[in-house]
Ligand binder design. Structure first.
Ligand code: FVH
Length: 295
């Protein structure tokens, strides 16, 4: 039995930039917080704020009801957790390290075989955003009991979303969200380079790009409906229409001597669907071209 609830003791293993932010949020929220890091010096500021620096991972695990791990990768996490499996038995473990869905599943399996309650987590935030529920979102999957018992502590990190009992789910959704983010940034960089050919600064461009991109996100729920229904018939914004738009961007970009590496993959996806006779369909059909690259 370990104390849970508003003042539950927590342990944070891994004090890189993210682990430090996580431990700081627990301390700020009034949780007795024990910390451990391979390089102990990284815990100095947290100790000054009231954290207890454990001498070993085993001591750290014994101190907390909830053990939160935030190290670099799966190898680092497993290298720390493997030797302390006896201490972890009967406790709650949350791993906030970025894992692949398969790694998360394997870790959940490893934990289940050792009577450790496992909750996988994926942090959708940078360290400076931790503690702000408007900006930081943490996805969890795995043991709902762990989330229920330690919700007051975990909610101190950011907005909390539970995705079900399959531990792989948080990692999978994290990867999908990161893919969306990178593609959006790539488009922004292309636009910035393009307008820069006439001396428009990135700052000027951004003032227009932010409301534009926000407005464009309002189309996503409608696109999702089309994709889930698998019915791509539409009377607006067809693939043929978007092919024209993309060709236009590529032509102007080439004429101005800038690289088209970002735009070409999107144009190629559109071309493939149009060549297959789907030109009149919704642009949402692109998801089929990604799902079935050879079809
Ligand atoms: N920082 C971010 O913005 C992202 C946001 C999304 C989620 N990620 C993931 O969080 C994990 C930790 O990231 P981090 O930013 O804290 O990473 P670092 O500052 O580089 O700290 C790494 C910590 O891992 C420890 N460590 C590394 N290798 C080992 C090992 N073999 N054995 C024990 N510990 C190890 C390292 O210890 P030390 O170097 O200080 O001794 C740090 O504590 C990560 O999965 C991100 O993808 C963050």
């Amino acid at each position: 039995e370990h104390a849970s609830g508003p003042a539950a003791p927590v342990t944070v293993i891994g004090l890189g930039s993210m682990g430090q932010a996580v431990a700081a949020a627990f301390l700020k929220g009034g949780h007795p917080t024990t910390i451990w890091n391979r390089t102990a010096a990284k815990g100095r500021d947290l100790v000054a704020r009231g954290a207890v620096l454990a001498h070993s991972p085993a001591d750290a695990v014994r101190a907390g009801g909830l053990v939160v791990v935030c190290v670099l990768d799966r190898e680092a996490a497993q290298g720390i957790l493997g030797p302390v499996e006896a201490e972890l038995a009967g406790r709650s473990l949350t791993v906030l390290t970025s894992l692949s869905p398969e790694e998360a599943e394997e870790m959940a399996q490893w934990a289940a075989e050792r009577n450790i309650s496992f909750l996988g987590g994926a942090i959708m935030a940078t360290p400076d955003l931790i503690g702000d529920p408007e900006a930081a979102s943490i996805l969890y999957a795995g043991s709902h009991t762990v989330l229920r018992e330690y919700r007051p502590a975990l909610e101190l990190l950011g907005a909390t979303t539970y995705l079900g009992d399959s531990a792989a789910r948080a990692s999978l959704l994290e990867t999908g969200l990161l893919a969306s983010m990178y593609a959006m940034f790539a488009g922004f960089y292309h636009g910035t380079a393009l307008v820069g050919t006439d001396g428009v600064t990135a700052e000027e461009f951004t003032a227009l790009a932010v409301p534009w991109l926000k407005a464009m996100t309002t189309f996503l729920p409608g696109q999702a409906e089309i994709i889930d229904a698998g019915d791509y018939t539409t009377d607006q914004q067809s693939l043929e229409f978007n092919k024209g738009g993309l060709d236009h961007i590529i032509r102007i970009s080439e004429a101005r001597g800038i690289a088209t590496d970002v735009m070409r993959p999107m144009a190629a996806l559109v071309d493939r669907q149009v060549e297959r006779g789907h030109g009149a369909d919704s642009v949402a059909r692109l998801v089929e071209g990604i799902r079935y690259p050879e079809a």
